[in-house]
Design a protein around this ligand. Structure first.
Ligand SMILES: N[C@@H](CCC(=O)N[C@@H](CS)C(=O)NCC(=O)O)C(=O)O
Length: 227
């Protein structure tokens, strides 16, 4: 039997106050590509959200109490949607796509294809790139060279896989952007570890297409610490 979707809830934005059943609160940090996936998805869907900055570099027990109360695994991002916390970035993307019937959620079949890409992302470019960036940019502990080499080689493999995909179509699901593109793009957009993409011209074009999407926003703008 063909699955059916529940009716979408309605959010009305009036004078800076959110009314309705679909208010979103996003907990995150500007350097977290996992949070950025969710922020970009909401932006491209034209969904408003309240942003709550979390000091992700502080020990877990020192982070804001409201975050600790909703973060099942202690990680960002957390999206509170209609009062219910959602965790794990790709799971949140699937939730939003299905709920709003957009960016891959237009049909159950399209969402299944998106799900495949999200599982690929979590184990491939979502593993190689964030970990390489972590060791090169943020870690107090120097990684053994063998670990860096392994991550780098794996990343090149992942970039090649994406570049090959764009031989056939401009977006991962074919004809239009989806949560699959958002997930694979999130860490690539930081461009702060000297990644050379010259060998991946189709991927470079796709990065450009992502940046040209209406309502596109970069992570450090969408997720900057409130004054
Ligand atoms: N599998 C998780 C990974 C989330 C993740 O790694 N979050 C990092 C920031 S990007 C984090 O919260 N790190 C701090 C910590 O683990 O205490 C997802 O997709 O949401």
């Amino acid at each position: 039997m063909r699955p059916t979707w529940p009716a979408p809830s309605i959010t009305i934005f009036m004078g800076g106050v959110l009314y309705g059943a679909a208010m979103h609160i996003l907990y995150g940090h500007p350097e977290s590509g996992h949070t950025y996936k969710v922020a970009l998805c909401l932006a491209l869907m034209d969904e408003t959200f309240e942003y709550r900055w979390v000091d992700v570099f502080a020990p877990r027990e020192q982070r804001r109490a409201d975050f600790q109360a909703v973060s099942r695994y202690g990680e960002i991002p957390v999206l509170v949607d209609d009062g219910e916390p959602w965790v794990q970035s790709n799971s949140i993307l699937l939730h939003l796509a299905g709920k709003h019937r957009a960016l891959g959620g237009e049909s159950p079949q399209r969402l299944e294809r998106a799900r495949e890409w999200l599982f690929w992302e979590a184990n491939r470019i979502g593993l190689s790139l964030p970990n390489l960036r972590h060791y090169l940019k943020f870690s107090d502990v120097a990684a053994p060279q063998a670990v860096l080499d392994w991550l780098h080689a794996r990343l090149q493999f992942d970039l090649r896989r994406l570049d090959d995909e764009f031989r056939a179509h401009p977006w991962l699901l074919g004809d239009g952007p989806s949560v699959a593109d958002i997930a694979c793009f999130a860490y690539l957009h930081y461009d702060d570890i000297g990644l050379d993409l010259a060998d991946y011209p189709r991927l470079q074009q796709w990065v450009k297409r992502m940046r040209e999407q209406p309502r596109f926003v970069d992570a450090r703008t969408a997720l900057r610490k409130p004054a």
